[in-house]
Design a protein around this ligand. Structure first.
Ligand SMILES: Nc1ncnc2c1ncn2[C@@H]1O[C@H](COP(=O)(O)OP(=O)(O)OP(=O)(O)O)[C@@H](O)[C@H]1O
Length: 500
């Protein structure tokens, strides 16, 4: 069977970075083709070339259904049947589902106006194909992230796509939503659509892929049917070194000393899009890693935002036995808090600034002498973190917008850890991070706790929470629904507390 798409000898050079080096890739319709690789391996760059966002260096070529093509731009890619769904969803919250699906190609009636009846009917037909029981006139802003993703899939189907690329599609989904999505992926493949599935969640790759291609340092190092791949082999191919253990033996460094005490924390005027948080009370001990688990929308991030002063609250927060009124993040930072936020682009980084500038934002005063910044010391410290966290960047002066997603995440972790907060809140710290880097982040959190830092970890990754937390608090609909010690907690009881 002629492959749907073939990429030959694809290279891509950015200033100072060879992102891709002679990559070949063959994709068939009706197959789920997983692409795996460490952060910065070149997966997204390859997809950008496939969808016409970037041009490859001379010497590479692409064939679609046996014909050589130069994919000029994303509109051209779409006309060839190639669509991409990015992790950061491209839907407009204040438009309806139908308006999102047919954005910029709405059916027009005789009077030259949008034919809403026709558009809603066409949207309903696509939604029905996906077994989605949603009214096409509903506002997308009222949907869950999983449902928004389905709207993107519906849009891709409405373009008559022959190949749909999904870049870390489950990264922001709940367990249930991820299961629904994977079922959908299998169904689309069964209908003859080719799927490229990029994921750092290896279990998903084994669950749905027919073929897996492994990329490392801009090259394809392996490509084979999934039946011929094992988890250990996949990891070895990806990281090219032995990973001692994903989650090492758990050792608690928690003391009896209460550092942070939260009493009856509730949200002051919840907004339309936020989960309501009511009456949350807990203590965080010195040297403790406290895990927060809950389904998406359970209120985990909202609680952390209240403690960090970026969201108004009622209730009482004490640090070292002293009540503090955290009116804004600067108060929290002065009290010794740090917050690795969940949303890396909107909240975590200044994308147009360099790695060094982002890194030192949290602790610039450390490098100041009189009124001047000691650039040499700042750069040296930044280089130490680039080294220790394995941040893939050609130099500290690279703009963070040019880093791969996982490496951007590592910059956020670095900037807060370098400040040495007494209490570090990390919200989804390993989202989009590859298996090797994940083990390194866990080891780093353990080391910080051993040195006396108190850490709150919010994660939707249940194995991660179970492995690294000394204690776990489970939330459901904005309230605490369970609490477990490391020894007591397991997949079943934590999940049961989260779902009720
Ligand atoms: N516009 C750009 N300018 C300079 N370098 C870039 C640019 N885009 C990507 N790169 C670099 O190319 C390399 C490959 O990045 P890419 O985003 O393709 O990796 P990835 O495999 O998708 O990683 P992740 O799993 O973290 O998303 C990285 O070193 C990245 O910093």
């Amino acid at each position: 069977m002629t492959p749907f798409l073939e990429m030959h000898n694809i290279s891509k050079t950015f200033p100072g970075v060879k992102a891709l080096n002679g990559v070949d890739l063959t994709l068939h319709r009706g197959q789920v083709h997983a692409v795996a690789g460490e952060n910065g391996a070149g997966k997204s760059t390859l997809m950008k070339i496939m969808t016409g966002v970037l041009r490859c260096d001379p010497g590479g070529w692409i064939e679609v259904e046996g014909q050589e093509v130069v994919i000029a731009d994303p509109v051209h890619a779409r006309s060839l049947g190639i669509t991409i769904i990015y992790q950061e969803l491209a839907v407009v919250d204040n438009l309806s589902i139908a308006e999102n699906i047919f954005l910029a190609r709405e059916p027009i009636n005789m009077a030259g106006l949008i034919d809403r009846k026709k558009m809603n009917a066409a949207a309903a037909a696509v939604l029905a194909e996906l077994d989605m029981k949603l009214n096409p006139t509903m506002l997308v802003g009222d949907l869950s992230i999983g449902q928004k993703q389905m709207v993107e899939i519906a849009r891709a189907i409405s373009y008559q796509s022959k190949l749909i690329i999904m870049d870390e599609p489950t990264a922001s989904l709940s367990h249930h939503e991820a299961t629904v999505l994977m079922r959908m992926v299998k169904k689309l493949a069964a209908q003859g659509i080719g799927i490229v599935y990029i994921s750092h969640r290896l279990e998903e790759i084994f669950e749905i892929a027919d073929t897996v291609t492994v990329m490392r340092d801009g090259e394809t190092v392996d490509s084979r049917p999934i039946a011929e791949m094992t988890r250990d082999l996949l990891v070895r191919k990806m990281v090219d070194r032995e990973l001692s253990q994903f989650f090492g033996e758990h050792v608690s460094h928690a003391t009896n000393e209460v550092l942070l005490s939260v009493r009856n924390l509730s949200m002051y005027r919840p907004t339309h899009h936020s989960a309501r948080v009511s009456d949350v009370s807990f203590n965080l001990h010195k040297g403790e890693i406290l895990g927060f688990f809950g389904l998406i929308g359970a209120g985990r991030t909202e609680i952390m935002e209240m403690i960090f002063g970026s969201r108004a609250y009622v209730g009482e927060i004490s640090i070292d036995g002293k009540t503090v009124k955290i009116t804004d993040p600067s108060v929290a930072i002065n009290e010794g808090l740090g917050f690795v936020t969940e949303d890396r682009k909107a909240q975590g980084l200044v994308l147009g600034m360099s790695v060094r500038e982002n890194f030192s934002l949290t602790h610039l005063a450390d490098y100041c002498r009189l009124d001047f910044v000691d650039r040499g010391r700042e750069t040296k410290r930044c280089r130490e973190f680039i080294q220790s966290l394995g941040i893939k960047t050609p130099s500290p002066e690279q703009k963070v917008v040019n880093l791969s997603g996982g490496n951007q995440q590592k910059v956020i972790i670095a900037k807060w850890v370098a400040r040495r907060p007494r209490i570090l809140i990390v919200d989804e710290p390993t989202r989009g991070i590859d298996v090797g880097a994940k083990a390194e982040v866990h080891a780093l959190l353990n080391k910080l706790a051993e040195e006396g830092m108190s850490i709150i970890v919010v994660s939707s990754d249940l194995p991660e929470i179970l492995a690294i937390s000394d204690r776990i608090i489970v939330l459901k609909e904005g309230r605490i629904s369970g609490g477990f010690t490391h020894q007591e907690a397991n997949q079943e009881n934590v999940m049961l507390a989260a779902t009720g």
